[in-house]
Design a protein around this ligand. Sequence first.
Ligand code: ZN
Length: 125
Amino acid sequence: MTCPCCSGKSYEDCCQPYHTKEKFPPTSEALMRSRFSAFAIPNGEYLWETTSPGKRKFHSKKSLQEWGEINDWTKLEIVDTPSMNKVEFKAFYTDEDGNPQVHHELSTFKTIQNRWYYVSGVFLD
Ligand SMILES: [Zn+2]
C-alpha cells in the first residue's frame, strides 16, 4: 500500500519501519510524517511513545487511537520546516460526520538520546 503520509513511497519503504521500531525517524519531518501515518493506520501506541515524556500526561494511547479511528485521514501537506525542530503542516481528514477538515499546525519537536519526540503544537488558521 502507498504510505498514508503522501511521500509517494510504499508504506514498507516509508513509515512502517518507524512504526515497528526497526528504525527511528532521522528528522523532525520524518517523525511528523510517521505520526500522521500512525493516525491513519491507526497506531495509538506509536503516537504515545513518540510524544515527549514530559507531555505524555496530556494524552492517552486510547484517545490517540480513537482520534485515529473516528476520522478518515486523507492527506498530509508539509507547509514549511522553519528550523530543525519545527514543522508546519496541514493534515486533511474527514470527520465522523463526513465533513472535510484541515488541521493546520506548527509543531515543535525535540531530541532525547538521538531520538525525535513531539513536544507541542500551535494551531494555525
Ligand atoms: Zn510515510
